[in-house]
Ligand binder design. Structure first.
Ligand code: PHE
Length: 464
């Protein structure tokens, strides 16, 4: 019998890849999560750790992941295996993590579909909090979740070129266009000034709190789609010898900037709300995660042309959420197609059915979302990130990777990149993970440094 090989997906153009990667990165994390993390960390104080994390962790790790994807031409599990024989499980662990994130991410995406519908009549009325509670107790979240799964199914089934690339070519420019319209509208509000001061004015004293740094690192991982194999998988669909350093820096920078820019619209509007209601900004939001579904509808009520603003706000959440959810589904799909040579349609069908079942408890009880998000994002991502820099940086070798990256890139990365990947990022992540478990930050740093010294020692003996 003739054995057929399932053809791997490919981007048709360089821009196709860059837009898809930006589409994956910009997501609910940038619009729904970023403002509430800024909010929880006291406003302007958060921006310094955020940009620091973007430059010293986000960009270098993006370069590493895109480098791994392009040098191996394989999705995450096989890519790790090609570089480090026994490392395949790490790639699967990442892909499974992506799939689990997808199962609750898609539920929130479903809420945004419903709320887009509600925005035509501003159905939440004067009490968005009661409305949201009511909404969660009804059947709509369930139906919306199934619709969101169906849309993801159709796009990922259509393949890399016809599904993912086509969609991102339209959605990513649209995202920027909508956010610019929102900013222009929001900056004209009377209270915008107060909101912006709260957002932008740095508070250096809070930089001493470790929590603010941990939140910034977690946010950068989540919102750049790092660590769970997405960027490796997307990069593997490029032609051989594609540029790494420049493309990755553009992807990370443009996506990181997007969150910052969205903040201008959100905080101007919160400033207006504060002026109208007389409540200080720091007391406006009771619970972070509800910002998009309770606080913002309340803000939208007092905006001029409020129906238009409501539609734009939920539309931008839908566009951003969809381009990310399809990338999560692709992160789970790509490796199965590659390893087991199963057709795309079969793979996506099975994943969709299993995913729908896992999403059910989240759609029926939103309380479960926070719990799972803590496990797989707050703890899972730093842990995977740590394993990743050890495997690529130490066991395979950051220098080998750097040689490859420089051989294909327009601009060259220096030795400092190797230092960041091998020393700085593992120490920071070791501190974040162990510091939280042991509750002793100094001990956490000491243990991480000892671990690195042991690794350096093993490495030195291996290369003798
Ligand atoms: N980056 C996406 C967001 O900010 C979420 C995501 C994480 C997507 C990891 C893919 C991989 O919403």
């Amino acid at each position: 019998m003739r054995k057929t090989t399932v053809i791997k997906g490919k981007w048709t153009t360089r821009t196709g890849f860059i837009l898809a990667a930006i589409g994956s990165a910009i997501g609910l994390g940038s619009i729904w999560r970023f403002p509430y993390i800024v909010y929880e960390n006291g406003g302007g104080a958060f921006l310094i750790p955020y940009f620091f994390a973007l430059f010293v962790i986000g960009i270098p790790m993006m370069i590493m992941e895109v480098g791994v994807g392009s040098t191996t031409g394989s999705t995450a599990p096989l890519a790790v295996k090609k570089l480090v024989k026994k490392g395949e499980f790490l790639g699967w662990w990442a892909s499974i993590n992506a799939f689990i994130i997808l199962t609750y991410y898609i539920v929130i995406l479903g809420w945004t579909f419903s709320y887009f519908g509600y925005s035509f009549t501003m159905a939440w009325g004067g009490r968005p909090d009661l409305f949201f509670g009511h909404f969660l107790n009804g059947y709509y979240p369930l139906i919306a979740t199934l619709v969101a799964w169906a849309i993801n199914y159709i796009i990922v089934c259509a393949g890399v070129e016809n599904g993912l690339e086509r969609m991102n070519k339209f959605f990513v420019p649209a995202l920027w266009a909508i956010v610019i319209m929102m900013i222009i509208g929001c900056l004209r509000l009377d209270g915008a000034y107060y909101g912006l001061i709260w957002y932008l004015k740095p508070d250096f004293s809070s930089l001493l709190s470790p929590k603010i740094w941990i939140s910034a690192f977690g946010q950068v991982f989540f919102s750049l789609s790092l660590v769970i194999g997405t960027m490796i998988t997307y990069a593997s669909y490029q032609p051989k010898n594609s540029d790494v350093a420049k493309n990755s820096s553009v992807i990370a920078f443009v996506s990181g900037l997007f969150s910052f820019v969205v903040g201008f619209a959100i905080f101007s509007a919160l400033g207006q709300m504060s002026v109208v209601s007389g409540i200080p900004i720091s007391n406006l939001i009771q619970e972070g995660t509800t910002l998009a579904f309770i606080t913002f509808p309340a803000v939208l009520n007092i905006m001029p042309v409020s129906i238009l603003f409501s539609m734009l706000f939920f539309l931008i959440l839908i566009f951003a959420g969809l381009t990310s959810s399809v990338s999560l589904l692709e992160t789970a799909t790509g490796p199965i197609i590659e390893k087991f040579n199963i057709s795309r349609k079969k793979t996506v069908s099975v994943l969709t059915i299993v995913g729908c079942l896992i999403s059910l408890p989240f759609a029926l009880d939103a309380g479960n979302i926070e719990l799972i998000d803590k496990i797989v994002s707050t703890y899972g991502l730093p842990l995977l990130g740590f394993a990743e820099v050890i495997v690529f940086g130490w066991i395979y070798g950051a220098d080998k990777l750097r040689t490859y990256i420089n051989s294909v890139s327009d601009f060259k990365i220096g030795r400092s990149w190797t230092w960041l990947i091998k020393i700085f990022i593992p120490i920071v992540l070791g501190y974040v993970i162990l510091g939280d478990i042991l509750k002793r930050p100094v001990l956490a740093i000491v243990i991480t440094i000892v671990l690195l010294i042991v690794l350096a020692f093993i490495n030195a003996r291996r290369s003798v």
